[in-house]
Ligand binder design. Structure first.
Ligand code: 13P
Ligand code: 13P
Ligand code: MG
Ligand code: MG
Length: 374
């Protein structure tokens, strides 16, 4: 049967700053989805990563369905009411529009959806990240779907070895969805040339070249492009189908051992190493570190198994220690150089006023002997 997986996530308030949602908030969202999902959805899962609540839904209504999106929006509105009632910080943070208008895309919440014909066995992964942005998945997608040094299926499995087509989005373009489709391995260097710029070019989806089937979808929301100012980081979600014509689950997970540097962390303005964490993990040090969770499911006729929490495995304890050390090293240089994001990313925040106030005071010296004015 043809099934649609939709994951919609938002930060609608959290305990003690940008740490994690309250149990009551999550319960409000869960109950609202369970009640409103009757007759609309086949199955649901609600969980959190850092201060972001993710709603996973299966149904047969295709991507961008108004009823499904409205249910998620209403659940976030209900959760926001709980957040306000409990005095949580940033209540309704990611709900940037006052009223629902057909689709949550462009309204603040992050969305990733895929529709496909269910295979007899259908494993898939739900990734959710906090204190970072969609470009955080660029490197893992590149390595998992295009690099046999990491993803051995590319040389061991003939079907996986047919390669993958990457749809890459220019997220700086705000008039519409500006994308390019490039296929690995032929276009590998072009793919690399774009994906290296994690803030500008973002993997939007990946398809199998053996069958044309959808393999991965990533939320591409950049909140500052909607709000015109810094309102919080984009904290992206990703769905990945695995096994068969796709990389094995372990091949998709493998790149996350690197703990690569991503944008985000404190005030969305720094670089930090992306730490793989178990589900329902909050943030802490320096409002971070940037974290990512990954739940593995199988789905049959739209019904989910229980989730297997992939990053809860002991192997990742070592990765977490190593990743914390990488972030620590960069933190030692505070705001200097690559520790803090470049101006192009900071221009949505308060530093703009500071810099423009100083701009008026700059002068071009006529001679090096001129008096100091301050
Ligand atoms: P199994 O033989 O355990 O099914 O594993 C096959 C595989 O592809 C693992 O990556
Ligand atoms: P969130 O985007 O997760 O809300 O974090 C915002 C922030 O500024 C943390 O310091
Ligand atoms: Mg927040
Ligand atoms: Mg967040």
């Amino acid at each position: 049967m043809k099934v649609t997986l939709s994951v919609i996530k938002a930060d609608i308030g959290s305990i003690g700053g940008h740490i994690q949602p309250s149990a009551r908030l999550v319960e409000t969202v869960r109950t609202r989805i369970a009640d409103g999902g009757k007759g609309l959805l086949l199955d649901t899962y609600v969980g959190f990563t850092g201060d972001d609540v993710a709603i996973l839904m299966s149904h047969t209504r295709g991507a961008g369905n108004e009823g499904v999106h409205k249910l998620a929006w209403d659940a976030f509105i209900a959760g926001t009411a709980t957040a306000k009632a409990q005095g949580l910080y940033g209540a309704g943070q990611d709900l940037l529009k006052d009223s629902f208008s057909g689709n949550v895309k462009g309204m603040g919440p992050a969305v990733a959806e895929m529709e496909f014909e269910e295979r007899p066995n259908e494993p898939f992964l739900l990734f959710a990240a906090d204190k970072t942005d969609p470009g955080a998945y660029n490197l893992p997608c590149y390595l998992g779907f295009a690099d046999p040094m990491v993803s051995s299926g590319l040389i061991l499995s003939p079907k996986v070895g047919k390669g993958f087509t990457f749809r890459i989005m220019d997220v700086a373009y705000t008039e519409g969805d500006r994308v390019i489709d490039l296929s690995a391995p032929e276009d590998l260097y072009d793919i690399a040339a774009l994906l290296r710029d994690q803030e500008r070019f973002v993997v939007e989806s990946v398809r199998s070249r053996a069958t044309g089937e959808i393999a991965a979808v990533v939320s591409t929301t950049r909140l500052h492009n909607i709000a015109g100012k810094y309102t919080g980081k984009d904290d992206p979600v990703m769905l990945v189908r695995t096994q068969g014509n796709f990389p094995a689950t372990g091949e998709v997970l493998a790149p996350f051992t690197i703990g690569h540097f991503v944008a985000g962390f404190m005030r969305g303005s720094h670089h930090g190493a992306l730490m793989p964490v178990p589900r329902n993990t909050g943030t802490s040090f320096f409002d971070g570190p940037p974290i990512v969770s990954c739940l593995a499911f199988c789905v049959k006729e739209g019904k989910f198994t229980e989730a297997a929490d992939t990053f809860a495995h002991p192997y990742w304890d070592y990765v977490r220690t190593k990743t914390a050390a990488k972030s620590e090293d960069l933190r030692r240089q505070g705001f200097f150089g690559p520790a803090m994001l470049p101006y192009s990313e900071l221009e949505y925040g308060g530093i703009v006023e500071r810099l423009s106030a100083m701009d008026a005071k700059f002068r071009v010296l006529k001679s090096r002997k001129e008096e100091v004015t301050a």
